[in-house]
Design a binder for this molecule. Structure first.
Ligand code: RIB
Length: 302
């Protein structure tokens, strides 16, 4: 379904260490863990994996160090048929995320940026080539990397989707005219100062984001409530699907990738968000980041 789409992701590549526990410890407290493991992650790599598993010809632009984790992460990109010729190696450590997961599948994440912070904006932008149909970026690399790549993609007429994770203030005004901009709840608060906890607040936040970014669509990821779409005229809220919650890590990455791909295919933002909701529901039912992304067949059956 998506094999004719050539996509690129500019973003972070991390080794995730995941510790599961019934409840997270208070300050100064020790608790016993229930699970423990390593998983390939990073918002950029997760989104690239989702695109590739859904069938798009995908390349990733990023940086890892010349260390054991960097090698494992590159091997994982290769195993998912992702073109990693845009991944360079830097002198410091590969990015690392420590994820603690409570009994309800809710996470808390600490990211050590490492090599991700050393991506050169101009070098990254060189990989935004005319053959691309779709570009995805997130905020887990330097602001200049994101703006340089987004502006180059917009100038080339490439469908450009901005995932605003992790939550931070960002000069959206420096990259106006993207196709879709998509923060989750905490990212919306960081960017607008408005908590999207009612229809009125969702509209208010969406209007601020549209004014600042001049993006075509504002799509807020609202967790268990689904997502909202604001096109400047109509606000629509699309509930998500019921499902078991094992690990919410990377559910947003999965949503963004599936939504972006379906939008690129159909040009229908509502069908795209429905696809994002389905993909996100599958991802939260599984452990891990990149490993929890569904394939095109799994989405079809869902
Ligand atoms: O979005 C989830 C990701 O955030 C994890 O894989 C972790 O690496 C952090 O970047």
């Amino acid at each position: 379904m998506y094999s004719s789409i050539r996509a690129a992701v500019v973003g972070s590549i991390n080794m995730d260490i995941i510790l599961g526990m019934e409840r997270v410890p208070d300050v100064g407290e020790n608790v016993l863990g229930t699970t423990y493991g390593y998983s390939c992650g990073g918002k950029g790599a997760n989104q690239a994996t989702a695109l590739a598993k859904l069938g798009a010809a995908t390349k990733i632009i990023g940086k890892v160090a010349n260390d054991a984790n960097g090698q494992k992460l590159i091997n994982n990109l290769a195993a998912n048929a992702i073109d990693f010729s845009g991944v360079s190696t830097a002198g410091t450590q590969t990015g690392m995320a420590a994820i603690i997961l409570d009994g309800d599948g809710r996470n808390r994440i600490v990211v050590y940026e490492g090599a991700n912070a050393e991506i050169d904006p101009k070098e990254a932008a060189e990989f935004i080539t005319d053959d691309l149909g779709l570009l995805l970026v997130q905020f887990e690399t330097a602001e200049e990397v994101v703006t340089e790549c987004v502006n180059r993609a917009i100038a080339k007429g490439i469908t450009t989707v901005i995932d605003c994770g992790p939550a931070k203030q960002f000069s959206l005004e420096k990259m106006q005219g993207a196709t879709i901009i998509s923060p989750n709840e905490s990212e919306t608060v960081a960017l607008t100062g408005v908590s999207p906890d009612s229809d009125e607040a969702i509209l208010e936040a969406s209007k601020i984001l549209k004014e600042r970014s001049k993006a075509k669509y504002i799509v807020l990821k609202l967790g268990a409530r689904g997502c909202s779409i604001w096109d400047g005229n109509e606000l629509r809220i699309m509930p998500t699907y019921p499902g078991k919650v094992v690990d919410t890590t990377a559910a947003g990455d999965c949503f963004t990738a599936a939504m972006a791909l379906e939008y690129k295919r159909s040009g229908d933002i509502y069908a795209a968000c429905d696809m994002g909701n389905k993909a996100g529901t599958i991802a939260v039912g599984r452990m891990g980041a990149a490993a929890s992304m569904p394939s095109a067949d799994e989405l079809k059956i869902f």
